[in-house]
Ligand binder design. Sequence first.
Ligand code: ASP
Length: 440
Amino acid sequence: MKKLALHWQILIGMVLGLVFGFIMLQVGGKDFTVDWIKPIGSIFVKLLKLIAIPLILASLIKGISDLKDISKFKNIGLRTIVTYVFTTVIAISIGLLLVNTFNPGNGVSDETIEKLTQTYSTNSSVQGKIAEASKQKESGPLQFLEDMVPDNAFSALSDNGLMLQVIFFSIFLGISMLLIGEEKSKPLKDIFDSLNDVVLKMVDLIMLTAPVAVFALLANVVVSSDDPDILLALIKYAGVVLLGLVLMIVFYCVLVGTITKKNPFWFLQQISPAQLLAFSTSSSAATLPVTMERVEEHIGVDKEVSSFVLPVGATINMDGTSLYQAVAAVFIFQALGLELTFADQITIVLTALLASIGSAAVPGAGMVMLVIVLESVGMPAELLPIGLALIFAVDRPLDMCRTVVNVTGDATVSMLVAKSVGKLGDPKVKNWDDHYDEVK
Ligand code: ASP
C-alpha cells in the first residue's frame, strides 16, 4: 500500500487532536489531557529544539566553507537582509490597509472591553509581557549589535535563545576556514559535513513522530483555550489578522511564481510539513530544522544559501508577526477610542519592522514587542494592560497562524535569494529509511 504523504499524516493528526481536545472539554478531561497527552507534544518540541543549534552550526559552517570565495557570501548576506526588510514592510502595509478599511475596533462594545479588562488585565502573562517589553526598551540603539557577538562560544551554543550569536560564531569560523585554505581546513570540514548529514537524519527520525505529536499539541491547545464567548467577541479583529496572513501567503506565491518560475502550489506542497509544524508549535525556532530540511532537500535551495538565510530568517524575519502587530496596535487604539494620526501609522510601520526583528521565535513573543509598538505611538502606560487584555484571548490561535506565515516567508526568501545567485537547483529528496536495512 502506498504510504500517505507526511503532510497528510500530520494534517490527520491535527484534526484528530482538535476533535479529541473538544471531546475532553465536554467530558471534563482537561486534567487528563494536560497530564497524559501534553507531554508527548512537549517532548517532540524539545527534540526539535535539541537539534536546532547543532544543525545551524554544522550547516552554516558547511555552507560557508563550500563557497569558493568570500565575496559570494557578502552578496548573499546583503540580498537576504534587503529582501527580508522588503517582505516585512509589505506585511505591515497589508495589515495597516486592512485594519483601516475594516475598522474592527470600532464595533467593540463597552461591556466587552469591561469584561476582557476584568478577565485579563491583571493576568500574570499580560503583566509579564509588559515587564519583558520594558526590559527590552531600556537597551541602547546599538545593543542588538553588541548582543550578536558572543564572549563565550560554548555559552552561546548552550542557549537556544542566542541563535544570532551562534550564527555569528559559525560565520566567523567558516570564513576563517576558507582563509586557511582547503588542505588545512579539510579535517574540520569533514567533521561538520558529517555532523550536518547526521543531524538532518535526526530531523527525519523526529518527523516520523510528528503526526502523533501534533495530535498532542493541538489537543492541549484546545483544552487550554478560553471561553468561546470571549473568542466570539474578537472575531472581527481575528478575521482581519487572518485575512492579512492569507494575503501574505498569496504574495509569497506570486513572488515564487514570477521570480523563481516554480509552481507556487508545488512550493506550498513541499513546504507544508514545516507550515503544519509551525502551526502546531507556534515557534519558528522549533520549526527551523524541518524548514531547512524541506527547503534544501525538497525544494532544491543550495546549502550555501539556505544555511544562512533560514536561521537568520527564523530570528529576524517575521512577516506574520509584524502584520499582526500593525493590526493589533490599530485595533486597540480604535477599541479604546484613541486617536491615531497618519504620522502615527508610519511610526507603526517602522517600530513593527524593528519589533519583528527583535521578537524571539517562540510562542507569544510577538505580543511582547507589541507593547513597544503601542508605546511608540503614545499609548499611556496605565492603558497598556487593558490594551493587551483586549487581544489576549485570541492570541494563541493567531500566534499559530502568524508563525506559519513567518516560516513560509523565510522559505520564500531563501528561494528568491538562491535564484538570484544561481543556487536554486532540483530537489534531492532523501528518505528517512535510506540505510535502515543495513543497521537493523
Ligand atoms: N510565535 C512566533 C514565531 O515563533 C513569534 C510571535 O509572533 O509571537 O515565529
